[in-house]
Design a protein around this ligand. Structure first.
Ligand code: FAD
Ligand code: SF4
Length: 397
């Protein structure tokens, strides 16, 4: 007689039920499945355990005395890349979708967890297990909202899948790594993207309405390395709004509380990470964390242009000056914002230094947020690497 795994006796929460992490829940999807059984250990917002899971996944945690690892996590390589033939409609050039398609076509995996959108709403996430390249392609482009990617985990055991690729952001991947051994897989591959400042679907609406000239026609947006948000509209036009002109007073509460307490911007537990922030404008930034990640990247090498990552400028002053602005929710008038954006772009941080600028700004803001709102969580919830990064700056009392 075979014994039933304890989690199979657990019951997923109803969509309307309050989640164990309460207002800090990022809707990662774990609690929509019987793996809720493990939530107290697995949830990124109840039990931060990045360092331990780095050991489990990469055989060691990051070296805090190595500045590159301190910021970008365990890795064996970092490059800038772009697809020679970009995928139309992808977030950037479609490296993520291309790797997933290649893995499926070559039989490395039988399914890919990714997220499409619903028919009615281009930004409403709909996680799936894709079994065909067409289904992967239909999941291209960011759904810039909290997305329950792990809500399809129960289907893995039911469908008998043994080799799986999961695409996801940091909080989803932390929960996934924590339950990895319970999934009954022969091989799990994880393709991560960085993630920061995510919002609920309602929060996204507020952000679009306060920031874009035409919220209903936005198909895609990104916080770019030129210190502007680039909104792409249905007619193909690009609208650029300087970060420093954001209505931060109105947007102060728009980011989800989970994202205001997150320190895993760079998706530390993925095998391979594909973002943009450490690369020159128009290029994607790739972090190979381990041998599995290298194997995944090798599959598309012949489809890519690549160049080494570089670093230029000094972020420290700009970060220190942004701390009180973030903290008080100051908004500059648009003309001053544009001017400041231009000055910073000319003399400011580029490449990896831009990535460090963004990490420093978000970690100091989030550290202050946790200190103010969840002082009892500060010691255990903030990972050691983030404490060291934040410790470089003078924070308000
Ligand atoms: P595509 O080929 O277009 O594929 C995109 C993939 O993302 C799809 O497979 C889809 O399943 C998955 N996806 C879409 N929405 C979500 C979601 N909400 N949750 C989980 N998975 C999703 N990069 C940075 O360098 N800095 C950032 O600050 C940053 N913030 C991000 C915030 C969010 C919410 C997301 C989803 C991504 C973010 N990225 C960030 C990553 C970056 O925007 C691109 O997604 C990445 O470079 C891949 O581009 P691509 O053209 O290769 O992807
Ligand atoms: Fe559950 Fe995920 Fe929300 Fe944590 S973040 S409470 S694991 S759904």
């Amino acid at each position: 007689m075979t014994s039933v795994s304890p989690h199979k006796k657990a019951k997923a929460l109803k969509p309307t039920s309050r989640r164990p992490a309460k207002e800090l829940c990022s809707e990662c999807g774990l609690c929509d499945t019987y793996y809720i059984h493990y939530v107290k250990e697995a949830c990124a917002f109840i039990n931060q355990q990045i360092e331990g899971l780095e050991e489990q996944t990469h055989k060691r945690s990051r070296d805090l005395d190595n500045e590159t690892e301190l910021y970008f996590g365990v890795h064996q390589d970092m490059i800038a890349a772009q697809k020679q033939q970009p995928i139309e409609g992808a977030q950037w050039t479609g490296i993520v979708s291309s790797i997933a398609i290649e893995m499926l076509n070559r039989g490395l995996v039988e399914g890919v967890i990714c997220v499409q959108n619903t028919k009615e709403d281009r930004f409403q996430p709909m996680p799936i297990i894709a079994r065909t390249p067409e289904e992967i392609l239909a999941a291209r482009v960011n759904k810039p909202t909290l997305s329950p990617n792990l809500s399809v985990l129960e289907q893995i055991e039911k469908s008998g899948l043994k080799k799986l690729l999961v695409i996801g952001v940091g909080c989803q991947i932390q929960a996934l790594r924590a339950v990895e051994k319970q999934l009954g897989l022969e091989k799990l591959y994880v393709l991560g993207t960085p993630c920061v400042d995510n919002v609920t679907r309602a929060g996204l609406q507020k952000f679009l309405e306060t920031t874009s000239r035409s919220p209903e026609t936005v198909v895609h947006y990104e916080f770019m390395q030129d210190f502007r948000i680039h909104f792409k509209h249905e007619d193909g036009s690009i609208e650029k709004v300087p970060f420093f002109g954001l209505k931060t007073n109105q947007l102060k509460d728009v980011f989800a509380p989970s994202c205001m307490t997150c320190f895993d911007y760079v998706n530390s537990l993925a095998d391979l990470v594909v973002g943009y922030m450490g690369a020159p404008f128009g290029w994607q930034w790739i972090v190979v964390r381990n041998d599995t990640g290298k194997q995944m990247l090798d599959l598309v090498q012949d489809q890519l242009n690549t160049q080494p990552v570089t670093s230029q400028g000094n972020r420290k002053e700009a970060v220190q000056q942004s701390i009180p602005a973030y903290d008080k929710g100051v908004t500059l008038p648009m003309w001053a914002a544009k001017l400041m954006g231009v000055v910073i772009e000319k003399i400011g941080p580029k490449g990896l230094e831009y990535a460090r600028f963004s990490i420093d700004s978000h970690f100091t803001r989030n550290y202050l947020y946790v200190r103010r709102n969840y002082p009892e969580k500060l010691a255990a919830h903030v990972p050691e690497f983030a404490k060291k990064i934040v410790g470089q700056y003078k924070l308000p009392e």
